[in-house]
Design a protein around this ligand. Structure first.
Ligand code: NAP
Length: 272
C-alpha cells in the first residue's frame, strides 16, 4: 500500500499480539508527529515480496521485525554494522532516502539499558533459553564485559553455538540442572509467558545481591520474578527491554528521541 503519510510498522506471523503499535503511536501522539505505526501480517513466503514492495514506497520509514523473520530478513537488506556476524538476528529495518534498506538490532541495547548502570565486568550470568532474544542478550553482555555465561537450554547444541559465535567464556547445562551461583539470572525463554508453562527454578543458589531479569512481559510479574521478590532480590521485567528497543527504533524511523518522561503512563497503558 502506498501512502503519503510517513509510516513504520512491525511485521511477523502472528502479529496481532504485538505491543509495538501501542508504544510507537503513544510517542507519535505525545510529540504531535503526523505519522503512523501499525502491525502488518507477513507470512514467511511473502517476506521477499513485502520488502521489495515497501522499498519502493518513500513514505515507509522501515519496520520492526518479529518472529519468525528475524533471521531470514538478514538476506534481504544491507548490514553495514555487521549485525549478522555479531548477533545473528535483525529486529529493525530502516529505509534510506535512496531506497536502500539497512538492518540492525535494537534488542541488544534495549536489553542492556535497564542494567547499564551496574558493572558487569568479570561477573557470571546464567541465561535460560538459546533462541533469537538470547543471541541479543549474549552480545549485549559481552559488550558489557561479562566474565562468563552459563546457558540453560533444552538444545545444548544451539546454546554451545551461541557461546562460540559470540566468543564468550561459558558453559551449557540442561533444563533440569541446579542453578549455579551467579550475579545475574536471565530468562530468555517463553516459559512463564501467558499460555506457556511456568519457569520452575530454585533460586536458592543466587547470592543476596543477584539480579533477576525476565524478558517475558505478559504477564509482567512472572512466577520467576515473584520468587525473586520473595527472596528480596533485585528484578527487571520485560517491559523495560520492550520500551528500550522500541525507543531506539523510533529514533531511527522518525529522527527524534521518544518522550521518555511519559514512561510511567506508557507502562500503565501496556499493562492495562
Ligand atoms: P525463540 O527464538 O523462539 O527462542 C525461545 C527459546 O526458548 C529457545 O531456545 C527455545 O528452545 C526455548 N524454549 C521454548 N519453549 C521452551 C520450553 N517449553 N522449555 C524449554 N525451553 C524452551 O523466542 P525469542 O524471540 O528468543 O523470545 C524468547 C522470549 O523472550 C519470549 O517470551 C519473548 O516474548 C521474549 N522477548 C522479549 C523481548 C522484550 O523486549 N522484552 C524481546 C524479545 C523477546 P529451542 O531452541 O529448543 O526451541
Amino acid at each position: 500500500m502506498t501512502t503519503s503519510v510517513p509510516f513504520a510498522e512491525v511485521i511477523g506471523d502472528p502479529i496481532a499480539q504485538s505491543k509495538s503499535p501501542l508504544i510507537h503511536k503513544f510517542w507519535l501522539e505525545r510529540l504531535a508527529i503526523k505519522a503512523d505505526y501499525r502491525a502488518h501480517h507477513v507470512a514467511s513466503a511473502e517476506l521477499a515480496d513485502y520488502v521489495e514492495q515497501r522499498r519502493a514506497d518513500p513514505a515507509w520509514r522501515g519496520c520492526n521485525v518479529t518472529l519468525p523473520h528475524k533471521i531470514d530478513i538478514m538476506d534481504l537488506v544491507s548490514d553495514p554494522g555487521g549485525v549478522r556476524d555479531k548477533i545473528g538476528a535483525m529486529n529493525t529495518i530502516v529505509r534510506q532516502e535512496d531506497g536502500s534498506l539497512i538492518g540492525t538490532n535494537t534488542d541488544a541495547a534495549g536489553f542492556l539499558a535497564p542494567i547499564a548502570d551496574s558493572d558487569w565486568s568479570g561477573k557470571h550470568a546464567v541465561m535460560i533459553g538459546a533462541g533469537g532474544a538470547a543471541r541479543a542478550v549474549v552480545f549485549a553482555l559481552k559488550q558489557a564485559g561479562i566474565g562468563q555465561i552459563t546457558i540453560i537450554a533444552r538444545s545444548g547444541l544451539k546454546a554451545t553455538g551461541l557461546l562460540m559465535q559470540a566468543s564468550v567464556k561459558g558453559s551449557v547445562l540442561p533444563m533440569d540442572a541446579i542453578l549455579p551461583k551467579a550475579d545475574l539470572l536471565i530468562n530468555a525463554s517463553p516459559l512463564g509467558m501467558t499460555g506457556k508453562p511456568p519457569l520452575e527454578v530454585d533460586l536458592d543458589p543466587l547470592p543476596a545481591d543477584a539480579l533477576v531479569y525476565d524478558l517475558v512481559y505478559a504477564p509482567l510479574k512472572t512466577s520467576l520474578l515473584r520468587a525473586a521478590l520473595k527472596r528480596d532480590l533485585a528484578v527487571v521485567d520485560g517491559l523495560d527491554m520492550l520500551i528500550g528497543q522500541a525507543a531506539l527504533a523510533f529514533e531511527l524511523f522518525f529522527g527524534t528521541t521518544p518522550p521518555m518522561e511519559h514512561d510511567a503512563e506508557l507502562r500503565k497503558l501496556l499493562t492495562a
